[in-house]
Design a protein around this ligand. Structure first.
Ligand SMILES: O=C(O)CCC(=O)C(=O)O
Length: 315
């Protein structure tokens, strides 16, 4: 297997330490079986849940926007290939407007609010679904990745019955930065009794770790991932430890994915992410992962301070 790294650290890909996500598409309409498997395994992966074409529409919509701000090379390459452009001018544009335009695009909404996705969660909850108003479309440049965390500390002010849908907006091979989850990490008492209950904003916490090997040494389990394809959806609990493989694309292909949250409509909601103008991690910041070269340390470079005109605040 190609060498896989996360946060610059090579993973042990022997069968005892690394495996494939289990495909649950055969039980996608059996809500009881899905709930049971979610409780046992902490995640559900559905291969080919949605029509590929629908997802590729969203990909095109978003990549055109990233090409407009110079992040991908749409001159020498097909936009859909998402090849990184070194001479980006994203530091010159209004990122409030840019990120909102990405988050609210119609083709993107057609994926994350699709009948396939909402229908799945309605069956799972046996209730109406509230999709979080905030959404996290992610553009991950070559060399970038993500630290390890539970989603809980970022989303636990409402109910525990919140789940994440991680959706590749295009094909994402492992070495292009696929998501990884730590097997059985949703059953680790040491994490559930403390880390899971923390509040990332009040306590200003960062990633639990950026070291995939130390995490395995501490908590056991294999890292699980797969070569994702457009149309797939990975769902996991607020207490499933996850992060990403680094994007080591040899062709400098950027990774485009989305993570969104869903909960039963009648449960209390976390105001950080809901309402007409969610506060998120502060009104002075925008969600724009990566670009570590610009030295913004807060939230491990996922959230960037912007100036009065919405441009990157270089500190
Ligand atoms: O996509 C990634 O790299 C991280 C996603 C994530 O942390 C999440 O879905 O909660």
């Amino acid at each position: 297997m190609t060498t896989l790294t996360s946060n610059g650290i090579e993973l042990d890909t022997s069968p005892e330490k690394f495996g494939e996500l289990r495909d649950s598409i055969d039980i996608v309409h059996d809500a009881a079986a899905c709930r049971e498997r979610m409780a046992v395994e902490g995640y559900l992966y559905f291969k080919g849940l949605m029509p590929r074409e629908k997802v590729l529409e969203a990909r095109r919509e978003i990549l055109l926007k990233f090409a407009t701000v110079g992040e991908i090379d749409g001159i020498n390459h097909d936009i859909m290939d998402a090849i990184y452009h070194e001479n980006t001018f994203i530091d010159k544009v209004n990122l409030r407007a840019f990120t909102e335009s990405v988050r609210t695009g119609l083709a993107y909404k057609d994926v994350v609010l699709s009948d396939e996705v909402i229908g799945y969660w309605e069956r799972f909850f046996e209730d109406d679904v509230h999709p979080y108003d905030f959404r996290w479309p992610r553009f991950v440049r070559p060399g970038e990745g993500c630290g390890f965390h539970y989603d809980g500390p970022y989303m636990n002010r409402g109910t525990d019955k919140v789940y994440t849908s991680w959706i590749p907006l295009g094909d994402v091979k492992k070495e292009e930065g696929a998501l990884i989850v730590l097997e059985n990490s949703h059953k680790v008492d040491a994490l559930l009794s403390s880390y899971a209950k923390r509040d990332a904003d009040k306590e200003k916490i960062s990633w639990l770790s950026t070291d995939p090997i130390k995490l395995q040494d501490n908590f056991g389990g294999r890292w699980l991932s797969t070569d994702f394809e457009a149309g797939d959806m990975l769902c996991f609990t607020m207490h499933t430890l996850h992060g990403a493989l680094d994007n080591n694309s040899p062709t400098k292909r950027c990774r485009l994915t989305s993570d969104t949250r869903y909960q039963p409509a009648n449960e209390p909601i976390d105001s950080r992410w809901n309402g007409a103008n969610p506060e998120a991690h502060g009104y002075d910041k925008v969600f724009l992962p990566g670009l570590g070269k610009w030295n913004n340390k807060e939230f491990q470079d996922e959230w960037k301070k912007v100036d009065a005109l919405g441009r990157l605040d270089m500190g």
